[in-house]
Design a protein around this ligand. Structure first.
Ligand code: NIG
Ligand code: FE
Length: 426
């Protein structure tokens, strides 16, 4: 063993029997060990249980005393757009005065405003900006983060963004999951030739992204005035042929039937779902497609939230994510998203913590490796200065994270003493 945590007020394991996602009543029944302990060896969890049953610890092992604190899996943010440059507080101010997101996009703002800034930025500049955001994510307890391209919208600019993601992933300590979102908007130079942009996506961009292995998933913004249901289906089918996993921005601003399409194509997740129909809820409930909800976006746009209760009660696997982006949700505070899920969508705190860990890992096809504290899983975990997991979302808007461990190593706070053999309390 290399690291042991003991005396945790709560060890929040999430799953008990290797479940790959939790749904229905199981989502609220998260596995918790009171006065818990955990053993890590070589980056993996090898044992969890009550502190009273902890085996004898050899002297060279680092021992962390978590008295009064809660230990849980690292948060997984399964939906972000964090490769961007510039900011859009001008649009924010106009929205506060009553203009809609779509109105502003039609006037040349929105996604294409950020596209202009990203095209003018070098890969190094984009990495510097994203690195700062990743530092914030880490401080809020996020250990794995999906990152989309989608503000380049030329082959060269999309590759620049995806390369930035790959290089940041190699830097660590956060694990980044790259998604190609070339179908985020039709760029201005193709305004009068959308068929031309669709050809560029299917014939040039998608094959090149797949050939360079720069993306694990392909996503499409399926929305009235952006990409239609038919266009989304064609793009995702091509992506699937090329070996990419699928995601979809579905039913975000209007009820188009994106959830049903995502399920039909076997997508890993359907995301947003603010306007999902009854048929969409039924389709998600009987599939493995994870329903990823992003309440920070509804909060920031001032619109109605996704029907989390109905999705959970029908049996869909619900995850929560930030949507971190400059237009509709500029935040890295994922625990705050958990608080919004509780107060605005009536998710129970236990449901929210499972939706931010195991179910989010399932949305990234990684729930066999991360998202719960079970023997055999990667040792990605947090020590938080709260007496139980409910308190994480109850005392909201502040940071309770005092220690982040990724693959068995303490990676936050910076300067936490390295080495072993000593007893520490975070
Ligand atoms: O998830 N819906 C599309 N993409 C983002 C918004 C991006 C932007 O406005 O820059 C979203 O809400
Ligand atoms: Fe998004």
């Amino acid at each position: 063993m290399t690291l042991v945590i003991h005396n945790a007020a709560e060890l929040v394991c999430i799953a008990r029997r290797g479940e790959r996602s939790l749904r229905g009543p199981a989502l609220r029944d998260v596995a918790v060990i009171p006065d818990g302990a955990l053993i890590v060896d070589g980056g993996r969890i090898t044992w969890v249980g009550p502190t009273a049953k902890l085996p004898t610890i050899p002297p060279h092992v680092r021992l962390i005393d978590a008295t009064g604190k809660t230990v849980l899996p690292g948060f997984v943010d399964s939906h972000t757009h964090l490769i961007f440059a510039g900011s859009r507080e001008d649009e924010f101010e106009q929205r506060v005065q009553g203009r809609s997101y779509q109105e502003m996009a039609a006037r040349g703002g929105g996604i294409n405003a950020t596209v202009q800034r990203v095209r003018r930025s070098s890969k190094e500049e984009l990495k510097d900006l994203a690195r700062r955001r990743l530092q914030l994510f880490l401080a809020f307890g996020v250990t794995t983060v999906e990152v989309k391209s989608g503000y380049g919208l030329t082959l060269a600019d999309e590759l620049k963004c995806l390369e930035a993601i790959a290089e940041l992933n190699a830097e660590g300590p956060l694990e980044l999951v790259p998604t190609f979102l070339g179908a985020h908007a039709v760029p201005p130079e193709f305004r009068d030739d959308r068929a031309g942009y669709l050809r560029l996506l299917t014939d040039d961009m998608l094959p090149e992204v797949a050939r360079c292995r720069l993306a694990e998933f392909c996503d499409v913004f399926c929305e009235t005035g952006v990409f239609s249901l038919e266009e989304s289906q064609a793009l995702l089918s091509r992506a699937r042929e090329l070996g990419l996993g699928l995601k979809l921005h579905a039913d975000e601003l209007t009820p188009l039937g994106g959830a049903e399409l995502a399920v039909r194509l076997g997508a890993a997740s359907a995301d947003h779902l603010l306007c999902v129909s009854e048929a969409g809820i039924d389709a998600l409930a009987t599939s493995d497609t994870v329903a990823t909800l992003l309440p920070g976006t509804a909060f920031f746009l001032g619109v109605d939230y996704a029907p989390a209760r109905r999705l959970i009660d029908h049996g869909a696997a619900v995850a929560l994510a930030s949507d971190c982006n400059p237009g509709t949700c500029p935040t890295e505070n994922l625990p705050l998203v958990g608080s919004m899920a509780c107060t605005q969508m009536k998710m129970l705190p236990g449901e929210a913590v499972a939706a931010l860990t195991l179910n989010a890992a399932a949305a990234l096809g990684r729930s066999n490796r991360i998202g719960s504290l079970e023997p055999g899983k990667q040792a990605d975990l947090l020590v938080c200065d709260v007496p139980n997991h409910r308190h994480l979302f109850y005392h909201f808007g502040v940071n309770h994270v005092c220690l982040v461990i990724k693959r068995g190593e303490v990676v936050y706070p910076a300067g936490f003493p390295a080495g072993g053999g000593e007893c520490l309390s975070p």
